[in-house]
Write a protein that binds this ligand. Structure first.
Ligand SMILES: [Zn+2]
Length: 341
């Protein structure tokens, strides 16, 4: 997936954009512009991680499959071209560490913090975790270690609490963290100059350019909820099983109608996921109206998509269904998830 190249694109672009006179710290020898860019990226990652965690956690009762989650977001400095600057900006002592901790997550309860360097999971040192597993071969090499760590962490958390050995300010400590069983999906910002978002069945990615466009977290949540809905409804598997071509030729004929049906389902489910997580569903209407007016002749004119006015009608239909229902524990059981399996 293209999110794997996230940092590479931006840092290559940034290295051209940075003026030659860019300030260098007298002591650390790192590039101030690059640090600012990395901090901006970390903030977007933090927002996406927080929104994604809140959505999967709040909707747990309606997901048939659940995943062991801590709310942590990990980064490997190997992902960055300028590793020394990345280590400095992210506050790591080593190569892999925590870049975001979701609010109200087990990781926050355990007092884990951005900047903590991860050294070991239970007794397994990070450097001993195999990254040559064939299951990871679809990932670019620089992302395999974090993917392998996330997988090991999820497996270990499904058994019991996990002891993470971290380095904080050069001092090693071991912190026990529990798992929350939530709806599945992970979340990541993909550095890109295009405004896009995607769902591959396991991961929701939002491009940095699109993430910068959101006015509020509610708008951000509208797009994340749409992509999460694709994952929860297993659209990728369903379209693959029907041999639907999702590429360019998917815009024509039979494939187009299958894809369009999936898009309509994702839009319908998205506002239920938002409401259950306490986000303002009107933000979906505001966002798609604003975005639609600005980008009306873009990708939404393809036959697999439909115009923003139609999307707004779908959101309003779903909000009317919820308004006519009695919430249970302040939440609404989404009909699309009830019949998903
Ligand atoms: Zn979609």
């Amino acid at each position: 997936m293209d999110f794997m190249i996230r940092i590479w694109i931006s840092l290559v672009a940034l290295s051209f954009a940075a003026p030659l006179s860019a300030q260098e710290g007298p002591d650390d020898g790192v590039n101030a512009d690059m640090i600012l860019a990395l901090k901006g990226l970390q903030l977007l990652d933090h927002r996406l991680n927080a929104i994604g965690y809140r959505l999967v956690d709040a909707n747990t009762p309606y997901c048939d499959q659940k995943a062991a989650r801590t709310g942590l977001l990990l980064n490997d400095v190997a992902q960055y071209v300028d590793q020394e600057t990345a280590r400095f900006a992210l506050g790591f002592d080593g190569s892999v560490g925590i870049t975001a901790v979701a609010p109200d997550s087990p990781a926050e309860s355990a007092k884990l913090s951005p900047g903590d360097t991860l050294l070991a999971i239970n007794t397994i040192p990070i450097n001993d975790i195999a990254i040559d597993d064939p299951e990871l071969s679809n990932q670019q090499p620089v992302y395999r270690r974090v993917a392998a760590i996330n997988r090991l962490l999820e497996q270990a958390l499904a058994e019991d609490n996990v002891r993470l050995t971290i380095s904080r300010g050069g001092i090693n400590q071991t912190i026990s963290v529990a798992a929350a069983m939530t709806c599945p999906s992970q979340f990541q910002i993909r550095v890109s100059a295009d405004r896009s978002a995607g769902a591959d069945g396991k991961l929701v990615s939002v491009s940095s350019r699109l993430a910068e466009y959101f006015l509020t977290d509610d708008e951000f949540a509208a797009v994340v909820a749409h992509e999460l809905a694709h994952n929860l409804l297993k659209h990728r598997d369903r379209l693959d099983a029907k041999n639907v071509n999702r590429g360019f030729f998917g815009q024509f004929g039979e494939s187009a109608s299958e894809i369009k049906a999936a898009e309509i389902e994702a839009d319908r489910l998205s506002v239920w996921l938002m409401v259950n997580a306490g986000y303002d569903p009107q933000a979906a209407i505001r966002f798609w109206t604003r975005y639609g007016k600005e980008h009306g002749k873009g990708i939404f004119s393809a036959s697999t998509h439909y115009r923003w006015k139609k999307r707004v009608e779908l959101f309003e239909e779903e909000l009317a269904k919820m308004a006519a229902m009695e919430p249970v524990g302040g939440k609404f059981s989404p009909p699309l998830l009830a019949k998903a399996d």
